[in-house]
Design a protein around this ligand. Sequence first.
Ligand code: PEP
Ligand code: MN
Length: 337
Amino acid sequence: MLLILDAQASPETIEALKDRLARMGLVPHAAGHDGAAIGLVEIMDAKTRAELAKLPGVRKLVPMPEPYRLANRAFHPQPTLVRVGSAEIGGRAVVLMAGPCAVESRAHIFEMARLVKAAGIPILRGGAYKPRTSPYAFQGLGEQGLAFLKEAGEAHDLAVVSEVMDASQIPAITEHVDLIQVGARNMQNFSLLAALGKLNKPVLLKRGLSATLQEWLMAAEYVMAGGNEQVILCERGIRTFETATRNTFDVSAVPVLREMTHLPIIVDPSHAIGVRDKVIPLARAGIAAGADGAIVEFHTCPEEALSDGPQALYPEQLTQLVRELDGIARAIGRELS
Ligand code: PEP
Ligand code: MN
């Protein structure tokens, strides 16, 4: 619900209104609309709505039909900017993140960090807790991997992003990374999302394998409802009947979400398509559609990668990716950060 404020209301009237809302058990959020407004996230009955409409300082009530409130563009018309290290995601600059699927060893992640830095990319990725389909596959180096990632990031002045799979990993992940990734398989792990809502650390929320845009925004809402509004959405492909690609990249999600939410949106062409030679064209499409950035997997030797080798770019392809995405970004009035 949006309470549109009376343009003539004095600051004292607005303060009194906020006190009154608090006494009614409602939490006022700053919101924008066609004038100043207060946003309320609570579900309320007709009696409460009628009471609100009569309060001094309130010009009118605008109901919000969508169940996502804090993530709603109507609540917050300006884009949200999320800072990760030196990069700001959601502004004019397009931000890239790159690295291996998994942190494989100290030496390897250091070499990957060097290549990321040389390509002019500000954020290094690397999974330490890996959600693998098979329990027999490489599960990641765990906390040791996080320590290697952090060290490599610091050595090359890069921010780092890694996935959390379970709330018990939150202390370790918070200590080691600048951006916490929630993987597709955990998008509706509501207790994990609520726990991340208590942190003061940005969250990269990947789209669930079969999640609608609304379900995805409701997952973001779980994090935001806890007080952490630093959420970045990541389109990483969804499950369809197609088997030629790992997933189906939903490029339409980018412009459609843009209207639904103020949160930054990035794309992950690597997991979306799963095929190395198609990653760059897909990344170009995502940026052309208006994404605020892209996260991409690459590897010094994809043939020997411990996970997701077939979709990993070669280092020279990373350089090509940066060059081409810069061209796309400039064509639409943006630039790479
Ligand atoms: C990953 O980023 O390595 C990953 C497992 O991604 P997703 O959750 O999108 O499958
Ligand atoms: Mn991967």
